[in-house]
Design a binder for this molecule. Sequence first.
Ligand code: ADP
Ligand code: MG
Length: 658
Amino acid sequence: MPEIRQLPTSVINKIAAGEVVERPASVVKELLENSVDAGATRVDVLLEQGGMQLIRVADNGCGMRAEQLPLAIASHATSKIQDADDLFSVRTLGFRGEALASIAEISHFVLRSRTGESDAGAELEVMGGVSQPVSPCGCPVGTAIEVRNLFFNTPVRRKFIRTTQTETGHAVEAFLRIALAHPQVHFTFRHNDRLLYELPPVDNWRERILACFRDEFDQGLIWIDNSDSDVRLSGFVGDPSLNRANNRLQYVFLNGRCIRDKSLQHALGEAYRGLLMVGRFPVAFLRLEMPPSVVDVNVHPTKLEVRFQDSGRLYSQLLSTLRQKFLSTDLTARVNSPSPAAASVVAEPIEEAQRRDLAAWALGVAAGRDVGPTSPGSSPPLSPAAAMNADPAAFPRDLRLDFGRSSSQPFRPFPDSWSATQRIAGSSPATGLAAADTPQSPLATAPAAVVVHEPSVTYAPERVSSSVPSGRGMQVQNRYLVTESEEGMVIIDQHALHERILYEQLRTKVLDGALETQRLLVPEPVHLTPAESAVVLDARDVLSELGIEISPFGGDTVLVMSYPAMLASLNPGELLRQIVNQLLAGGKRPERRDMLDELLHMVACKAAIKAGDKLSLEEVTALLEQRHLCQDAHHCPHGRPTALVFTRDELDRRFKRT
Ligand code: ADP
Ligand code: MG
C-alpha cells in the first residue's frame, strides 16, 4: 500500500496553475479581471514577446494594504466571497482566489500596490512560488503586477507555447473580451513598443465595439433588447452581410463576464437560418443580465462556461427576440427581393444554402442518422446547418460518400416491377435512339419512351448486379452520369436520380410515421388575397394532419404556427404560398397522401444536386452506388426519366456492325 500524503502547497498551486494558466493570455485575463473587480477606471496592459517575457497590468483600482499582499498570492484566499452561500450571489469576476497564487507559482512575479489611504505602496516579489518579504515602495494608488518568464519552471507547458504572434493574438482576444464587457473603463494595450489599443471610456456600447474592431462594423449592427421577467437580453447582432467564416465574433456577456455557450450559439445560428450561406456565421455582441442566483458560474476553472438554471428559456428568448427583430426589419425583404442586385448578392447563396441544408438533412436520414431539426431545449443537438457549420468542408462530399458506403445491396438498374410495356423498341426512329440525334432529342423533351433496346431482349437483374461494377462511371456536361450495365451503356440524369433517391427515403420516413412537426416560436404571418385565405383556411384540417398549423389573423392574413420539421430550412410563408397555389390549381381539398407526396417532391427536388453541379469522381461513384436504393430508378418524381439505356445490340446497329 503506497503512502497517502498531503501534497505540498507548491505542488497544489502548480496543479491549479495547470487549469487556470494555459498561456500568457490566461494571465492577461486573470489580471484584468482583478483590476475590474478592484473598481479601476483605467487599466494599462503591456506585453513583451507575446507575454512570454513580460506581462504587466497596472490599474488605478482600490489597491491593497501591505499586510494583504501575502494573502493575495495565497491559494484560496479572496476578498470576494466569504462563505458557500456567496457562490450564488457572485457579482465579481473572480471569487476562487486561485489566480495570483497560480501565476506566482510559475513565473517571476512582482506585485506593487497602494490604497488611497496609505502614503506609500508595498511590493511583494515571488519567484516560482517562493516569496520575498513585503517591502515598501513608491507607486500610485492602485495595483501593478508584472509577470516575467512565464512557465520558466514548467517546461512541459512551455513547449505548448506558440509563436509570439499567436500568443499576442490570444492575449488581445482576452483583452478585448474584458474591454467589451466594461465600456466605462479606460483600457490600453501595448505590445513591445506598439500601442495596439487605446480605448477611452464610453457610455455607448456601440462605440466600444467600434473602437475594439476599428469601425469594421460601422454599418450593420442591429440593436436588440428584450426582457423576460428577470432576464434582460440586449446588444447588437450583425446584418447578415457581416457574416464570418467562424463563430469567433459571437460575444456573449453574462453580467459582465464573457462566456461561451453552445446552446446560445445554436440559437443564433437558428435565428439566421436561411439568411446566411452554410458555413458562415453571424456576428453578435450580446449582453445577458440576470440575478446571480439563477446561474452557476462555478462550473469551469476559468469560468468561460456557466450553467443556467433555465437554459431552454434563454434559448427561446434569444431565438424569438432575433426572429421578431428580423421580421420587423427589412432583412427578409432583402432575401426575397426581386431586385437584381439583391437577388444576385443575397438570394442566390441562400437558395444554395437551403438546398445544402436539406440535402444534408436528407442524407443524414439516409445514412440512418437522426439529424432532424431540434426543439428549443437545454442542450439542443446540432441542427444540420450547425453540424455543417462546424466543418463546412465536410459537405457535401463526406455525407454523400457516407450515404453511398452505407449500402451493401447489389446494384439493380431496373426493378422487377418494371413492366415490359414501358420498354420501347429502339428500332423505332420516332421514339428511340434515332430521335436522340436530332435537336429535339428525347433528353430535352423528356418523352415517356426512354429505354432503347429490343422489346424481345430480356434481362436478369441478378446477373446485371453481379457483373457490373456498381460505382464505375463518369460525369458528362456536369449533368449526366454515364456507366455500364450488362446490357450496354446507361446514361443517368444526375439530378433526377438523386431526387428520386431522396424522395424514396423521405417517403419511407413519413410513411413510418416519423414526420416531426416544428412549432414556430414566432408565428409567421402570410398575407394572402381573400380567395387564397378562404381556400387555405378551408383546408385547415388536412393541413394540420400534415403538421402545418395555421390560424386566421385578421383581414386576409394567415399565421403559420407550425410546419413539418423536415422542411425546417424552407420559409414557412413560402411553403404556405406553394400550398395555396396548389389548392387553387387543384380546385379540391387535397388528400393527405397527395399532399404529402407533393411536399416530398418539393423537398427532394430542392435537396437534390442540380444539373450543372460538378461532381467529383467519388460523388459520381457514390451516386451510382445508390441506384439500388431506388425502388423505381427509371423515373424521377416528376415523371421524367432518370436513365437511358443503350443496349449493345443497338450500339452495334448504330455502328453498322450488324
Ligand atoms: P480572486 O480574484 O478569485 O479573488 P485572485 O487570486 O485573482 O483571486 O486574487 C486574490 C485577491 O487579491 C483578490 O480577492 C483581491 O482581494 C486581491 N487582488 C488581486 N488583484 C487585485 C487588484 N488589481 N487590485 C486590488 N486587489 C487585488
Ligand atoms: Mg482574480
